[in-house]
Write a protein that binds this ligand. Structure first.
Ligand SMILES: *Cc1c(COP(=O)(O)O)cnc(C)c1O
Length: 393
């Protein structure tokens, strides 16, 4: 590390809280799937700001939309309408295939899930069922939904009335959900827990359980949404219609934007005055989201993502160091045959590739949907040589 890079690390330490630990890399610029650090070293970005930069860095469609919007109208609050927020809500309505759907905009995934939680209270019921391992955010409400004891326990007491059952287990869900259950919330694929895909029929089964008890089915598509899995929101592969979809991460293409979409009759639950967000639906964030959606459509990225998935899975399945590859589209968890994910992550970084290790044996990749076939080949080549090196030390 050079003096410049070291000095950023020291200054972070002395000025930011220690909740993230201290990162080592200082990134100064990006273009597409390439990032450059403060020493001028280049990296291939396979993490995409945690499944967020769906069009990569500095995409011309986003920079143009954002620059033009901030120069025209930067913020107005929800006391007023602006054209972008209406256009984006209509677009999401269309993508969710429900003209009765109504959108609430916020700024993050946790806030989108908070909004869903409050919406569910308007059913007149207060019980909620969520799943073990699920991640729904860090605010007190979203943390209460999150099924990870290490993140929850230090902050108890949390919201009461929330039960967690094993992910993928329909029997456990059926016995936990009653006519008093306001909502069931699930990720269609667990993201932070290491990219875990539920057994076939899981989402369909959840739909049945919720229908039988009049319970809202909330799909947390914060990580799986916006084309990441090769579908718009990540639940469509089971052909179900949820009552609520929550979005953030990829929605703003790198700008902070979240959404809680209530479908069908759930869209009538919130009454005037029930909820709000000063920045929610901010014109600049909406302009960026509209650019994201239009590029995904124009470049036919949903199909591209599915093709990339096939190529990456076929390659990695031949590796003797990989026990399986989980996930869909460009949200993949590469399960290593030994718990060496931290070492692999670090060695990849040294070799100029950024990924993360959500668990001790899983490497997660969630690159820009615009990553090129050549960049994927570079990643696979470097991944192979990294595994050779780390497993043979
Ligand atoms: C990241 C994430 C969240 C929280 O989003 P924030 O923007 O960090 O609040 C919620 N749910 C899922 C599935 C996520 O991956």
């Amino acid at each position: 590390m050079t003096e410049v890079a070291r000095s950023f690390v020291e200054r972070w330490d002395k000025s930011l809280q220690s909740n993230y630990g201290t990162p080592r890399l200082t990134l100064v610029s990006g273009k597409g799937s390439i990032l450059t650090d403060s020493d001028g070293k280049r990296y291939l970005d396979l993490l995409g700001g945690i499944a967020t930069n769906v069009l990569g860095h500095a995409h011309p469609a986003i920079t143009a939309a954002v620059a033009s919007q901030i120069a025209t109208l930067g913020h107005v609050s929800n006391f007023y309408i602006h054209p972008g927020v209406v256009e984006l809500a209509e677009k999401l309505q269309t993508l969710a295939k429900d003209s009765a759907a109504r959108v609430f905009f916020c700024n993050s995934g946790a806030e989108a899930n908070e909004a869903a939680l409050k919406l569910s209270r308007r059913t007149g019921r207060t019980k909620i069922v969520a799943t073990h391992g699920a991640f729904h955010g860090r605010t007190m409400g979203a943390l209460s939904l999150t099924g990870q004891p290490a993140k929850r326990d230090p902050f108890k007491p949390l919201i009461t009335g929330i039960t967690h059952v094993p992910f993928g287990d329909l029997e456990a869900m059926a016995s936990a959900v009653t006519r008093k259950t306001a909502m069931v919330i699930v990720e269609p694929i667990l993201g932070e827990a290491g990219v875990v895909v539920p057994p076939e029929g899981y989402l369909k089964g959840l739909r049945k359980i919720c229908d039988a008890t009049g319970t809202l089915l909330v799909i947390d598509a914060v990580q799986t949404g916006m084309g990441r899995t090769g579908q718009w929101f990540g639940y469509e592969y089971e052909g179900i219609k949820p009552d609520v979809i929550t979005l953030a991460k990829g929605l703003g293409g790198g700008l902070p934007l979240g959404a809680m979409i209530a479908l069908g009759s759930a869209s009538e639950l919130f009454l005037p005055g029930d909820h709000g967000s000063t920045f929610g639906g901010n014109p600049v964030a909406c302009a960026s989201a509209l650019a994201v959606i239009s590029q995904i459509e124009k470049q036919n990225l949903l199909a591209t993502v599915r093709n990339h998935e096939v190529v990456i899975k076929a390659h990695l399945r031949r590796s003797k160091f990989v026990s399986k590859v989980r996930g869909q589209g460009l949200l993949l968890g590469i399960v290593l045959s030994k718990p060496l994910a931290l070492e692999v992550r670090q060695e990849l970084e040294t070799r100029g590739v950024l990924v993360n290790a959500p668990t001790s044996d899983v490497i997660r990749i969630a690159p820009a949907l615009t990553i090129t076939p050549a960049q994927i080949q570079t990643f696979l080549r470097k991944f192979d040589s990294t595994l050779e090196r780390v497993f043979n030390v």
